[in-house]
Ligand binder design. Sequence first.
Ligand SMILES: [Zn+2]
Length: 147
Amino acid sequence: MDIEPESLSRNELVATLVAALGRIEELTARVAELEARVRRDSSNSSRPPSSDGPYRKPQPKASAMRKKSGRKPGKQHGDPGTTRRQVADPDEVIECAPAECAGCGTDLADAAVFGMSKRQVFEVAPPPPPMVTPLCQPWVRRSALSG
Ligand SMILES: [Zn+2]
């Protein structure tokens, strides 16, 4: 845009100035929009974290933001606590009688039982197998041209 001010009338100069001011206003708004876009990341927009640049300042961890309660970790004194209790009717009972003395190797098959210790092992049931649903789509061909 070449403007020679000497060749313009006062009205032309005013019109040029008004147009330039309007353009400055547009560009100022555009710069503000682009600056806001540059500051956008996964923490202040719907962008995924994978879109964040590698030089982004790390966010403080949630644990660092928490206030200390002054309590010791774990069960508090006086708290009754919760312990998994043995069940009366376990699914399976496995007797683990020793076959021989661990010290001298004496056969203990006929030894008198004078007590029994019982422990129970709780195991999570395996997940069910996946449900498989076949989706069959026939390949069809129109028999003759029509229309
Ligand atoms: Zn022995």
